[in-house]
Design a protein around this ligand. Structure first.
Ligand code: UDP
Ligand code: MG
Length: 324
């Protein structure tokens, strides 16, 4: 199959899902065949230690549209998705979990929504079938926070069932556990984003790979995304802004100390304000210097790889420039 022949790629990370892959493949092919589009299914085996890969290999031997990437060890869900996304040949890439919690029947609806003119259509597990305290509550809070901070108004960032236009998602660089922020990163690239409610099932076989520890990691990742979205081409504004604020606080504290000494005749040794003043001033200077360093790094990042600081969606009457 040539790249242009595939219209739809479904990318699925698999980590210890031996009982799920066969029913998943059956449900998928049933739904994808009914779509009448040329499709491929890409499983990325993320270093499973059970029989997932053997089962996938049998599946692929029967189905030429099914392709497998097998990692040498467990690199995590984000890495698995990235490996699948780079290899996808379709114009539309649908991502989903392997655990049958997502319903392949929703793919048709994602595509229909996309045809209305969106680049990303996100699934929203409105009736989510996961434990409340450890999953749904932290996820609800995280979703509100992510939407607020990134300005991307989605209800469910954690739902992996989403459809992306390949041209956009293949441009994104994923690190760490950033897969949850794919829509936000796509929004930085100017993607039009929408969402639909999707069905969610309880996990029937296998275990969830995550616990509560994920919450803090999501918060930290959110800071990175916010930073990348707002300040990637002007870090000095963030660091310097905070630095100047600290310096101003320091000068103010110093001035008050001086005033107390000169006018009220209170000696410094009884006054913690001077410590605060020195501390804030030093912190401020540090932040500004860090901002300057970040500006240097940023230039190295863009100029060494010839990366522009903008993304072009389209040009008219221009030769195509390679790295745009
Ligand atoms: N997964 C993976 N590598 C990992 C952890 C998970 O490829 O290190 C896959 C897993 O097989 C599943 C998807 O990522 O297809 C989501 O994982 P899980 O269902 O455990 O997460 P949850 O739905 O509980 O958030
Ligand atoms: Mg799951």
């Amino acid at each position: 199959m040539e790249r242009n022949e595939v219209e739809l790629s479904v990318v699925i990370p698999v980590y210890n899902e031996e009982e799920n892959v066969e029913p998943l493949q059956a449900a998928l092919t049933k739904n994808l065949d009914a779509l009448g589009r040329r499709y491929e299914i890409i499983y990325v085996d993320d270093g499973s230690r059970d029989r997932s890969f053997e089962r996938l290999r049998v599946i692929a031997s029967r189905s030429p549209q099914t392709r497998i990437v097998r990692f040498g060890r467990n690199h995590g869900q984000t890495a698995a998705l990235a490996a699948g996304i780079t290899r996808a040949r379709g114009e539309v890439i649908v991502i989903m979990d392997a655990d049958l919690q997502n319903d392949p029947a929703d793919i048709a609806r994602l595509l229909a929504k996309m045809a209305e003119g969106y680049d990303v259509v996100s699934g929203w597990r409105r009736k989510r079938k996961d434990p409340w305290l450890t999953r749904r509550l932290p996820s609800a809070l995280a979703n509100r926070l992510i939407a607020m901070m990134t300005g991307v108004e989605l209800h469910d960032f954690g739902c992996m069932l989403k459809a992306y236009r390949a041209g956009i998602v293949q441009r994104l660089h994923l690190y760490g556990e950033m897969h949850r922020f794919l829509p936000a990163l796509a929004a930085h690239e100017g993607a039009r984003i929408s969402e639909i409610v999707v069905t969610h099932h309880p996990r029937r076989a296998g275990k969830s790979k995550y616990g509560l520890g994920r919450t803090t990691r999501v918060l930290l990742d959110l800071m990175v995304v916010k930073f990348l979205g707002g300040y990637i081409s002007r870090p000095i504004h963030l660091f310097g802004g905070f630095g100047l604020l600290c310096c101003a606080g320091g000068v103010l504290a110093g001035a008050v100390t001086l005033y107390e000494k000169l006018v009220l005749n209170i000696w410094v040794h009884r006054n913690p304000l001077i410590l605060l003043g020195v501390f804030l001033f030093l912190l401020g200077v540090q932040c500004i210097l860090m901002g300057l360093l970040a500006e240097l790094l940023l230039r190295t990042y863009h100029e060494s790889q010839n990366k522009p600081i903008y993304t072009v969606a389209e040009t008219v009457n221009f030769e195509k420039v390679d790295n745009e």
